[in-house]
Design a protein around this ligand. Structure first.
Ligand code: ATP
Ligand code: MG
Length: 174
């Protein structure tokens, strides 16, 4: 199965992210992520078997032990890729607690011999893929109020023709 670990967005923050996404969809063409799929990836594992998935759950437990809620503060929009075919995301501040949590998650995965994507952690919430970014600035967006994330979840990702569907496999409350 295809798996990744992510912070779930708290309700108020998620509602506001959904609002930004709706506003953007009015001026940007692209494949927008549905609101229930918004999340902040901590580590992308890719293809794992049942035993590895169980091991990832143990890694999550260990990484989150003794950790409290993690601050979420939006910093602005960003893109990966070309302007005509971009991944559009909402950047999240590199809060020390958030960075430390991602670090612990990744190190607990490594300890168990589980591989993950090793690109530097850049906290973000993906809003759209295959986006055609307009030239001008995207004005008039209301960014979310700072909030705290309290749930870290191991998700299974089921790819389909209309994008991915995520199924929570295991959640730890911070
Ligand atoms: P689709 O791939 O159909 O556009 P998706 O990207 O939402 O859908 P996945 O590719 O399974 O679904 O990705 C799940 C999560 O992991 C997303 O947050 C995605 O950005 C992240 N992710 C996927 N591939 C990688 C990768 N190679 N490195 C880092 N993060 C990744
Ligand atoms: Mg993908």
């Amino acid at each position: 199965m295809r798996a990744f670990m992510a912070l779930e967005l708290p309700e108020a923050f998620a509602d506001e992210v959904a609002g930004i996404s709706r506003a953007l969809a009015a001026s940007v063409e692209g494949r927008f992520v549905s609101a229930e799929n918004h999340h902040l990836t901590l580590a992308f594992l890719g293809e794992v078997g049942e035993a590895e998935a169980r091991s990832a759950m143990a890694a999550l437990d260990e990484a989150c032990a003794g950790t409290g809620p993690v601050g979420l503060r939006a910093t602005g929009l960003g893109t990966f890729g070309r302007a005509r075919d971009a991944t559009l995301w909402l950047g999240i501040e590199k809060d020390p607690q958030l960075m430390a949590l991602a670090e612990r998650v990744r190190s607990e995965l490594s300890t168990r011999g589980l591989a993950y994507d090793e690109k530097d952690f850049l906290p973000h919430v993906t809003l759209a893929r295959r986006a055609r970014m307009p030239r001008g600035a995207l004005g008039g967006l209301a960014f979310p109020q700072p909030d705290e994330a309290t749930r870290v979840t191991l998700f299974r990702s089921i790819l389909g023709p209309d994008g991915a569907r995520y199924k929570p496999l295991y959640t730890v409350e911070l």
